[in-house]
Design a binder for this molecule. Structure first.
Ligand code: MG
Length: 455
């Protein structure tokens, strides 16, 4: 049996591996897994292949006797919120998106009735239907019906207003430069900011699946216009959302790019401070500044394997107050258990408004750290032995085996993670400065090579 679902659903090149036939089969698989008469809420980002894939996916669902409500162009968190708050009306959600990938890609991600990314055991069951051709084909009289479901983006925006101190944000009279990367965020974030009384200047806010502005991954390379505009308009901050608006990255009022680890640390500290403690959840690959800052504010940190759905599930099971990844994906459990760029933006504005400090000054209060990423070759059949030996060699240190092996040493920490697809280890090293991180990585790479050689 093959493997269909990755960390974020099924992805591929539009009209090649991610084609209408695959979408149809995925629709038939999900539909056959669900009960006859169930309803699925379907939505998509702005990619040009989106309408075709939604049509095929919907046909597959309907042929299995499942009704389809089509939300149209929506952000991923807006669709997740609609599913979560449907009071059981939706047995599942499905988003056609390839997130931050280039425009020629697309993907399909399934959502559980509670609004989180679908549990992997359910995905496995759907895969079994897919690969076993165990599709349900209903009688003509039972074919699923469908209609357009407007208002998903608007309801999401309204709901965010109730989850932040909107009055404080309005009083602060903030100016924000917002870049929605020609993605689905153009349908939500500008309206949210306007309702929060923010003077908003938009870049690339027109939804356009060819992504004419810049690639939709929020890297330093792709925020150059945002940096220029933030400075030129004298804005309090600039923000860029990725293509499906679950992640966002900020620039401060001076135009400085804010690494996602620093945003996560800042916001986790803010929430823990507001709540006088609480649990923060993040993958083992995140910067130690998150733990340092959260602990200083009276909270605690739990680490998970890498992957936002894993973080979200852990947060749900352990009652965390906030969590997220180093890539700009922050999860706000009082709102919903998924990464959410507009909710993140609203909370950052709340922090700015209630602290009265410039964004750069708030960031300057964080501990400093620098991380480097390397890789080292290791045959797949020797990976486990090498990982065990690496952990054993550091028996005296704090060792975390949640995902690969992470060891805390005097200089900082080192994480060795096996790649799932290549015969390599990914090696992360973090220390106080970039030079120290490089030195730690060099030392650790030599140690790991020797361990692999003798494993
Ligand atoms: Mg995304």
């Amino acid at each position: 049996m093959g493997k269909l679902f990755g960390t974020n659903g099924v992805r591929g090149f539009a009209n090649q591996d991610m084609n209408a036939e695959l979408a149809l089969r995925l629709g038939r698989s999900l539909g056959s897994y669900l009960k006859k008469g169930d309803t699925v809420l379907v939505g998509r980002d702005t990619r040009t292949s989106g309408p075709m894939l939604v049509a095929a996916l919907s046909a597959g669902l309907q042929g299995a006797g499942v009704h389809v409500h089509d939300a149209g162009e929506v952000t991923t968190p807006a669709l997740q919120y609609a599913v979560k708050t449907s009071k059981g009306r939706y047995a599942a959600g499905a988003v056609v998106t390839a997130s931050h990938n280039p425009p020629e890609f697309n993907g399909i991600k399934f959502i559980d009735p509670d609004g989180t990314e679908m549990r992997s055991d359910k995905e496995d069951a759907i895969e079994a239907v897919f690969f076993g051709d165990r599709f349900r084909s209903v009688e003509w009289s039972e074919i699923g019906q469908g209609h357009y479901q407007p208002g998903v983006n608007a309801a999401y925006v309204e709901a965010i207003l109730g989850k932040v101190d909107a009055e404080a944000i309005r009083r602060a009279k903030l100016t924000v430069v917002l870049d929605t990367s020609n993605g689905a965020g153009g349908h939500t974030a500008p309206y949210l900011l306007r309702k929060l009384g923010v003077h908003v200047i938009t870049l690339n806010a027109q939804p356009d699946g060819t992504f004419p502005g810049h690639p939709s991954e929020p890297t330093p390379e792709n925020v150059k216009d945002l940096v220029v505009a933030t400075r030129a308009f004298g804005a309090h901050l600039g923000v860029v959302q990725d293509g499906d608006a679950d992640r966002c990255v900020f620039v401060d009022e001076k135009g400085g790019y804010v690494d996602g680890n620093r945003t996560l640390a800042l916001m986790a500290g803010f929430v823990v401070g507001q709540k006088h403690g609480g649990l923060v959840v993040t993958p083992v690959s995140s910067s130690g500044i998150v733990e340092e800052h959260v602990k200083a504010r009276g909270g605690s940190v739990a680490y998970t394997r890498v992957g936002a759905p894993v973080v979200a599930r852990y947060m749900l099971d352990h009652g965390a107050v906030v969590g997220g990844e180093e890539n700009g994906g922050i999860i706000w459990p009082e709102f919903q258990h998924c990464r959410d760029a507009s909710m993140t933006l609203a909370k950052v504005l709340e922090l700015l408004a209630t602290s009265g400090k410039p964004f750069s000054a708030l960031l300057a209060e964080l501990p400093s750290a620098a991380a480097v990423k390397k890789k080292v070759e290791c045959p797949n059949d020797r990976k486990q032995k090498a990982l065990d030996a690496f952990a054993k060699a550091h028996a005296k240190d704090r060792v975390d085996t949640t995902d690969g092996v992470k060891v805390y040493v005097a200089e900082g920490w080192v994480l060795v993670r096996p790649s799932g697809t290549e015969p390599i280890f990914r090696v992360y090293a973090e220390s106080k400065t970039h030079e120290q991180a490089e030195a730690l990585a060099t030392k650790s790479l030599a140690e790991i090579r020797e361990i692999i050689r003798t494993a």
